[in-house]
Design a protein around this ligand. Structure first.
Ligand SMILES: C[S@@+](CC[C@H](N)C(=O)[O-])C[C@H]1O[C@@H](n2cnc3c(N)ncnc32)[C@H](O)[C@@H]1O
Length: 258
């Protein structure tokens, strides 16, 4: 943008260059609001040049900080998992479209009491929590790994969503066993699939009527989920489907009258 236009935008059409330069001298960077949000310019001897710090543009001018954090986590996890051979230290995050899908589901159902089994570094939790916060809800998320609890805690602190998240450092089975009946509106399962069948009685007990259960990896690991899905498909209290988003989401709704 030409300097003359910026001067007019900043200080009004009748401001002289001399007056504008006096103001510029007090700050080496100025901001101008344009069609797509705030723009930043560096003031130097030849006038103004577009400020080049991409982080500032993404985080402060244009982008929602949570979206920026989610993108950073996606990049981190992708490169971390590619360079890690120990599976227990991999992030194994849901895909972005799964996050968007979960967020829409939580908002559409108005779920306030959300339980997540398998936190990892908290990527999926942030999608759930941003949606639950809209209705004043709380996401309880459960993780056994010390290493991942550390990562998740710092990600939650950075997100500004920490007050909408309860992070439990324990085995998911213990949390299910002590949870009260009808205590959750929404459960997202992304953890040790070999235990899902044994957890089913407790899951069924803690879901209130109308609650939604989602299990990840229905299309990537169909054999591992087959017995669990069969158990719910044959339970007349539940309506189910598989949605081909991300790794495949198995969805079950506890029907009215169950
Ligand atoms: C696929 S990762 C979760 C990814 C996370 N949902 C995301 O998308 O960001 C599965 C996680 O479950 C944890 N886990 C495995 N068995 C568990 C158990 N019995 N109780 C709690 N967490 C468990 C693992 O340590 C791992 O971090």
């Amino acid at each position: 943008m030409p300097l003359a236009d910026i001067v007019k935008k900043l200080f009004g059409p009748n401001t002289s260059f001399r007056a504008a330069k006096r103001k510029f001298r007090t700050s080496r960077i100025i901001q101008v609001h344009g069609r797509f949000g705030w723009n930043r310019y560096d003031v130097n001897s030849s006038g103004l040049v577009q400020h080049k710090d991409p982080l500032w543009h993404r985080e402060r001018c244009v982008r929602d900080p949570l979206k920026v954090q989610l993108e950073e986590l996606e990049q981190f996890s992708e490169s971390h998992d590619r360079n890690t051979t120990d599976r227990s230290r991999m992030m194994l995050n849901i895909t972005r479209d799964t996050g968007e899908f979960l967020s829409v589901l939580v908002r559409a159902t108005g779920a306030r009491r959300v339980l997540e089994l398998g936190t990892s570094n908290g990527y999926s939790t942030l999608w759930l929590a941003s949606a639950a916060r809209a209705s004043g809800g709380l996401v309880t998320t459960v993780e056994v790994s010390d290493f991942k609890i550390g990562l998740a805690s710092s990600n939650f602190a950075k997100s500004g969503l920490a007050s909408s998240i309860a992070l439990l450092h324990e085995d998911a089975g213990s949390v299910l066993a002590r949870a009260a009946a009808d205590s959750f509106d929404f459960v997202f399962m992304d953890t040790d699939r070999s235990r899902y069948v044994s957890w089913w009685p407790e899951l069924k007990r803690i879901l209130r009527v109308g609650a939604v259960l989602v299990a990840d990896n229905a299309t990537t690991h169909p054999q591992e989920l087959a017995a669990f899905i069969e158990l719910i498909n044959t339970d007349s209290a539940f309506a189910t489907c598989v949605v081909p988003v991300g790794n495949g989401e198995f969805i079950a709704v506890k029907a009215l009258g169950a």
